[in-house]
Write a protein that binds this ligand. Structure first.
Ligand SMILES: Nc1ncnc2c1ncn2[C@@H]1O[C@H](COP(=O)(O)OP(=O)(O)O)[C@@H](O)[C@H]1O
Ligand SMILES: [Mg+2]
Length: 421
């Protein structure tokens, strides 16, 4: 499928959205439940303290407990009453003595004796308790005569919360797995029509450029026939037409290549290929053009490098790069083509001492129809498709291509292709 990048991005966006929603949901559930439990614990403890207060009567410095709390624990509430002058009024059951003897409660006791109230969390056995420690006063003199301690187990709060957490995590994991699948399916579905339209468009361009070739060939043959018979100014007209038809033919050819490549209809047929041999061969072919332009064409071949590649495409790639170098190098300049093997790669460099590419144009030269100097390149016969095709060829061979250039000094194009061992 085309659009693999877009698909991944869209799916990732859906997925992130989903995870965020799940995360918010989990957070809200956890927060609400823990707040509710906490409120309930506080509420319950306060009620118990008020209730305990009601059954205590104070006369002078003596505290008495009325009927109810002979057994100082009802339900889950445990209490102890300390009398400042004398004995404990209400004794907790022996198992809970430990709870109230916990040294962590000492500061709270001291504060209560000074009249202040506090809540402390204390461990007893395996249980966590919250202990409310408050002063008992003589209602008339307001003198502190004792300390009331009311304890309630609160381990269940944490237990419930950790159970809730476990369930939320489990549900979220299931949600995330299902969500990942759903994200992918949704992304696929939203991209399918676009992808189809794109494919149709590419096929259309490929067909259209292909259809243009036949009439162009016909025009060319006819004008050539005319040129043979023409005389005077007609000869010049005919030549002009042939030049233009040639240029048009080049553009249509390049366009067809790119359109077919886009439509995935140009298979790459790989076979072992000796780069040095190919470069040497192409150099021989290009020599007459180089001589005509007064440019020194120089090979820099070190040993041999073999790549697994489509010979037609690699040849096309080298031609595009050499053609650019020769076109943009004035007479007296130098163009060299190097091939070296470097850590598992075959590196091809095409260097020229020509006019260079302005820094502002450099990021764009691989774009289709991009020409740095439009006016001059037009008469040079360039259409701006060469480097776009070069990039496609390099990408199709899992290589990379980079251009370094200094205006007025020259340009170096470096291609790396995976080498055969
Ligand atoms: N070796 C080079 N020296 C200077 N400019 C170059 C060189 N190679 C490419 N360019 C610039 O990059 C542009 C794009 O190159 P290309 O895609 O081959 O298109 P074309 O050669 O058809 O104009 C060229 O128009 C030219 O301005
Ligand atoms: Mg070119």
């Amino acid at each position: 499928m085309m659009f693999r990048g877009a698909l991944a991005r869209l799916a990732a966006q859906y997925f992130v959205l989903l995870v965020l929603i799940l995360g918010c949901f989990d957070f809200i559930v956890y927060f609400t439940v823990s707040q509710a439990l906490q409120a309930r614990v506080d509420n319950y403890l306060q009620k118990s303290v008020v209730e305990a207060d009601h059954v205590l009567t104070v006369t002078g410095d003596t505290i008495n407990a009325t009927q109810l709390i002979l057994d100082p624990s009802y339900a889950d509430t445990f209490m102890q009453v300390l009398q400042l002058s004398g004995n404990q009024v209400v004794m907790p059951s022996p198992t809970l003595q430990n709870l109230f003897k916990n040294p962590a409660l000492n500061p709270a006791l001291a504060r209560a004796k000074a009249g202040a109230h506090s809540e402390t969390e204390v461990m007893a056995g395996q249980q966590l308790f919250v202990v409310d420690t408050s002063a008992i006063r003589n209602p008339k003199t307001h003198k502190v005569v004792g300390v009331l301690q009311v304890a309630q187990p609160i381990s269940w709060v944490n237990d419930s919360l950790s159970r809730l957490t476990r369930q939320l995590v489990l549900a979220s994991v299931v949600g995330i797995v299902l969500g990942a699948l759903a994200s992918l399916v949704m992304a696929l579905r939203s991209l399918r029509p676009i992808s189809r339209a794109f494919q149709r468009q590419r096929e259309f361009v490929a067909d259209a450029s292909h259809e243009l070739r036949t009439p162009l060939t016909l025009i060319r043959t006819n004008v050539e026939a005319w040129l043979r018979r023409a005389s005077g100014p007609n000869k010049a007209y005919a030549r002009n037409i042939i030049d233009e038809v040639e240029q048009l033919n080049r553009i249509v050819g390049d366009l067809t290549t790119l359109a077919l490549a886009d439509a995935k209809q140009l298979p790459i047929e790989r076979q072992p290929l000796e780069l040095n041999a190919m470069v040497r061969d192409l150099m021989t072919q290009a020599e007459p053009l180089a001589q005509e332009r007064g440019v020194d064409l120089r090979p820099e071949l070190n040993g041999g490098v073999r790549v697994e590649a489509d010979p037609t495409r690699v040849r096309q790639l080298l031609l595009i790069l050499m053609d650019n170098a020769l076109r943009h190098t004035p007479s007296g300049g130098l163009v060299s083509v190097g091939v070296v093997r470097e850590n598992g790669h075959a590196r091809i460099t095409v260097t020229d001492s020509g006019e260079g590419i302005p820094a502002a144009d450099l990021p764009h030269i691989f774009e289709r129809f991009y020409r740095a100097d439009k006016a001059r390149n037009r008469e040079n016969g360039g259409s701006g498709l060469g480097l776009a095709i070069a990039k496609w060829i390099v990408d199709a061979h899992r290589g990379d291509i980079a251009v370094k250039s200094a205006e007025g000094k020259g340009t170096e194009v470096e291609v790396n292709l995976p080498a055969m061992s």
